[in-house]
Design a protein around this ligand. Structure first.
Ligand SMILES: Nc1ncnc2c1ncn2[C@@H]1O[C@H](COP(=O)(O)OP(=O)(O)OP(=O)(O)O)[C@@H](O)[C@H]1O
Ligand SMILES: [Mg+2]
Length: 473
């Protein structure tokens, strides 16, 4: 009897305890006291564990960007536990209605890996990993490997391109020399008016460069490729750079040479750039001829050779733009320094038709023969000028075409005939001087690039580098 009674009391008290615990938990959760209890419990636990700390700084001692810092940041931002931390930053994502979470300074993130608890503390420019000493030997290496894998996958899927610009050296090494904004330029090769053959060649050149890591390493060469885009203003050079960045999914580092204080400053800018990036110097001819930069010619040559990037060993594409390469030191243009020369000419009838199609939705029009005739007589405007006229008159295609015809007849007279490539040949009568040499070099490059077996005599050719023949239309 007593046994039965005792059993009953035991079951009853167990039931009561369960009910009590259940309600206690409900109260803790509903009132938010659970977080207070968890925090207290964690501090009590901390008394019984010895922790080890590992710092991941953003820059190393020589102010090179620490690639692992970026990986950890990507990894942490991808964790669901970022939502559970006390506070975090919310940003609009790439897709409409998408919100993404980003770590805040001083935020602590908790992570679980192979049964071990790991904490990350986001101090300014340093991420600190906190792990129990007892777990370290078992967990640390596979955990770091796990970070690499996850962040690479995440990067591949969600890569948001960035545009970096250099700021004037304020001697504050902690912040580095680059400032970034999201790179959202919509330009693509598809919406640029230029020969489709040329676009395809550039795309396949970029593609084979990206795949050629082992090849470059075997040859002992820096894994970089340099492009020169040259041509008059408003012919699409900057838009082309944006299209390259979007095609490759590379960040853009736009170097303003007027803000570079000397050769070593240029070196440090290069060292602080990351892999998979386009390094851009626009209007290089202007800086060289005006001497409006504190960087010397040899500083620029070393930079172009990418001697410094060899220490980083990762792929970079360098892009230089010029209005004309007529007065530029040939040392700058030699193969190896510039691998691919791309000419951006003024508009011809073919590119005009591409613009009319994209801006006005016109595949054909009764005024087209008249436009063609004007182009044939040598008049031309830049694609920028023509596209502006089309945008302004986009509600009436006929009016747009008449405005373009009018502008070509007044502003554009003869400008087409002054195309840089033609002038070099036509004015001199025969190819000579730097254009001729450039031509030979470019042919060699062209053969290397695209495996052309036969190339016609240099004398016949006006477009020995990758010159678009748009103006010949
Ligand atoms: N080939 C082209 N196809 C389509 N649009 C073009 C082309 N060239 C220029 N444009 C239009 O003109 C505008 C100016 O072009 P962009 O800035 O790329 O020229 P640029 O060659 O870099 O000029 P600059 O030498 O003055 O810097 C662009 O916004 C683009 O819309
Ligand atoms: Mg430009």
């Amino acid at each position: 009897m007593t046994i039965l009674y005792n059993l009953f009391v035991l079951i009853f008290s167990l039931l009561l305890t369960c009910i009590f615990l259940f309600f206690f938990r409900v109260v803790l959760i509903k009132t938010g006291l659970i977080y207070f209890v968890k925090n207290k419990w964690r501090s009590i636990e901390d008394w019984f564990h010895v922790y080890q700390f590992f710092k991941v700084p953003e820059f190393n001692e020589s102010m090179q960007r620490n690639q692992f810092y970026h990986k950890v940041l990507v990894y942490l931002n991808s964790l669901t536990s970022i939502e559970d931390s006390d506070f975090t930053n919310l940003f609009a994502g790439k897709n409409p209605n998408e919100i993404v979470l980003h770590l805040d300074p001083n935020q602590i993130i908790e992570d679980d890996f192979l049964g071990a608890k790991i904490f990350w503390i986001n101090e300014e420019k340093i991420l600190v990993l906190k792990i129990r000493k007892a777990d370290k030997r078992r967990v640390l290496r596979p955990y770091l490997q796990h970070i690499h894998t996850v962040s690479d996958e995440f990067d591949e899927k969600n890569r948001e391109l960035k545009l970096y610009v250099n700021v004037v050296d304020n001697h504050d090494d902690r912040k580095g020399r680059w400032r970034s904004v999201p790179f959202t330029h919509p330009s693509s090769f598809e919406n640029l008016a230029m020969e489709s053959d040329l676009k395809n060649k550039v795309k396949s050149d970029l593609y084979s460069f990206v795949k050629a890591k082992q090849y470059y390493h075997r040859l002992g060469r820096v894994w970089k490729r340099s492009y020169l885009l040259y041509g008059p203003s408003g012919t699409g050079k900057s838009s082309f750079i944006a299209a390259m960045a979007n095609f490759l999914s590379y960040d853009v580092y736009d170097i303003d040479l007027s803000k570079v204080s000397n050769d070593s400053d240029l070196k440090s800018l290069l060292l602080q750039s990351t892999a998979k990036s386009l390094i851009v110097i626009e209007d290089l001819d202007r800086y060289l001829t005006d001497k409006s930069t504190a960087v010397s010619l040899s500083g620029i040559l070393n930079f172009m050779d990418g001697i410094l990037t060899s220490s980083c060993g990762e792929e970079r594409v360098m892009v230089f733009t010029m209005n004309s390469k007529d007065h530029v030191d040939p040392a700058i243009l030699r193969p190896g320094r510039i691998d691919v020369h791309l000419h951006f000419p003024l508009c011809n009838f073919t590119s005009f038709k591409t613009l009319a199609n994209s801006y006005l939705g016109l595949k054909d029009h009764k005024l087209f023969p008249q436009v063609e005739e004007i182009f044939r007589n040598g008049a031309s405007l830049s694609p920028a000028e023509i596209s502006e006229l089309m945008i302004a008159n986009r509600n009436s295609p006929s009016r747009a075409l008449k405005t373009v015809i009018n502008a070509l007849q007044t502003d554009g007279d003869g400008r087409g005939a002054l195309n840089i490539g033609r002038r070099s040949v036509e004015e001199n009568g025969e190819p000579s001087g730097s254009f001729y040499k450039e031509g030979i070099n470019a042919v060699k490059e062209f053969k290397k690039l695209y495996g052309l077996l036969r190339v016609k005599s240099c004398k016949q050719s006006q477009s020995l580098d990758l010159i678009s023949r748009q103006n010949e239309g």
